[in-house]
Design a protein around this ligand. Structure first.
Ligand code: 5GP
Length: 142
């Protein structure tokens, strides 16, 4: 899907926000829903999903974007405290040619560890029990 097109309310992240699909949750408030990426590129890969029903960041309201990015910073700091990575990558893709695969706006928080290569994007499915342990540590640091 390119940058043009309409929002599909049946997308997987909309269903997770609505509680219709499971996830390993880290945080929720009025503006965002945050959970562990099921196909992490690195241990601790966390997604911050604004509740605003739009496909990408270019479609977001200015207020929604401000609220979201502040939470991305807050949750990235919790990931830092909880997991002590050597670096953290923040990414956000707009449109399939840019790498987007789920068309509800979201931000990636990807911890990086010295000497450990980044996994494939949306590659191998993680063990949910391991994700729960990581989410518990991040929650405790929020
Ligand atoms: P995008 O490519 O759109 O920027 O990122 C979508 C992300 O969502 C990918 O990193 C992928 O691993 C993750 N993902 C896809 N389906 C699911 C799912 O059902 N649950 C969770 N927790 N993550 C998902």
């Amino acid at each position: 899907m390119s940058l043009e097109g309409s929002y599909d309310p049946e997308n997987i992240f909309a269903k997770i926000i609505a509680g219709e699909m499971p996830c390993v949750k880290v945080h929720e408030d009025d503006h965002v829903f945050c959970f562990m990426d099921l196909f992490p590129q690195s241990p601790g890969h966390t997604l911050v999903v604004p509740k605003e029903p739009v496909r990408n960041a270019l479609d977001m309201s200015e207020d929604g974007l401000k609220e979201a990015i502040v939470r991305v910073q807050r949750i990235a700091n919790a990931v830092k405290t909880a997991l002590d990575p050597d670096g953290i990558v923040l990414t956000q893709f707009n449109g399939a040619p840019a790498g987007q695969t789920v068309f509800h706006v979201h931000f990636h928080i990807i911890p990086r560890y010295e000497g450990r290569p980044l996994g494939e994007h949306a590659g191998r499915q993680a063990d949910v029990e391991e994700l729960k342990v990581l989410a518990g540590k991040i929650k405790a640091a929020l």
